[in-house]
Write a protein that binds this ligand. Structure first.
Ligand SMILES: [Zn+2]
Length: 57
């Protein structure tokens, strides 16, 4: 898991990295996991797809 992929909350002038709370897998897209990120500053939540497959192939 690469924590450097954490998105920044867009509700702040400064760049506030959001924290990964939970991850959900999508049965229709087994290679994609949707991560629920939450901003530690304002609690803003955001869902972003996280690719679990590496680019090694
Ligand atoms: Zn925020």
């Amino acid at each position: 898991m690469d924590h450097d992929e954490a998105p920044a909350c867009d509700r702040h002038e400064t760049e506030v990295p959001m924290q990964l709370r939970t991850m959900h897998s999508d049965s229709s897209r087994p290679d994609v996991v949707v991560g629920l990120f939450e901003c530690p500053e304002c609690g803003h939540e955001r869902r972003l797809p996280i690719r679990t497959e590496t680019a090694a192939a």
